[in-house]
Design a protein around this ligand. Sequence first.
Ligand SMILES: [Zn+2]
Length: 407
Amino acid sequence: MWDSLWVDVGLATLAGPDPYGRIEDGAIAVKDGRIAWVGAREDLPGPADSMAAIVHELEGGWITPALIDCHTHIVHGGQRAGEFEKRLMGVSYADIARAGGGILSTVTATRAATEAQLLDSAVRRLRPLLAEGVTVVEIKSGYGLDLDAELKMLRVARALQERLPIEVTTTFLGAHAVPPEWARNADGYMDFVCDEVLPAAVEQGLVDQVDAFCETIAFSPAQVGRLFDAAALFQLPVKIHAEQLSDLGGAAMASEFGALSADHLEYLGTDGIEAMAESGTVAVLLPGAFYMLHETRKPPVARLRQAGVPIAIATDSNPGSSPVTSLLTTMNMACVLFGLTPAEALAGVTRNAAKALGRLADRGTLEVGKVADFVHWSIDEPAELAYRIGFNPCQTVIRNGVPTLLG
Ligand SMILES: [Zn+2]
């Protein structure tokens, strides 16, 4: 006897040869919070009413795996609407930075904020993601850039799980930028991150993976390599922000460390693509930042596809380059701006997002044995999820097999 059974609905399982893993008239069963059976309704081993304690007759729509936002900076102090406004009035980024704006203003605001303030503002930004069927979110540190504030950000990220029905996976991004205290001494700052900040964060159980910003305005591949060596000592998986503004070979370097993902990738070259394909590293594309920054150089989607590199997409939710809190809008942007198909966009926020977090064994597809996190949408076909802008067809979010109240 199953705990619950869901019938009279289409299933986009994201498993099998069809891009959506489509089952037109499907049934999905849950036992002890896991998927116990999934398939066509006509193949159920008995009459629906006799198979489960609760049978949900859905009268149409589609079920997909719950969405996963695999790259966010959603915990931060302050916001940068004033900077957005100034830039549109013609003030240069350099002038804004000289006046204390840019990432530095977010670092200042994050350091000054209390944990309660950081928590409350992050809760407000997470609610719209939850309402779109997100049940797992990755959250990075990286606006503290000193010992206390980095740990504070990670504690807040963890604490969000007590405030909202969401699972948070935390990423240590102490190597996001060189803070003012270490100006012109990026090597010294990297030593501090590797020798003091990362070990303290790990000691307190706050780190699930390690990330770095590899760019001319941040850290070199050699500097990031030292951080990844430190992560390896703690057996932590790594990710990288790479090839966003130039090609430094960061994605290829990270692939040698078996990176879960390389993210951004607008300037990714052939060597990087081959290295990622070889190591199974996921390409996480972030169209929100591309859009907000008026970028023109697109990530090499056709060549990633051809090389068989899995593609995920994420909001990159952050106050500077991507103040985005809608994964459905991000799916639309990935299709319109980068040329993903709607099926690739859906895989990018389910199966491949799970892989980018090392969670594919448990999540990201509708398959027997996985965590029963899925969403019932009022849509006629799965492509509708990437098609509309500003419309949320989420009907019910099922978490661990139970319909959730989003609070
Ligand atoms: Zn980012």
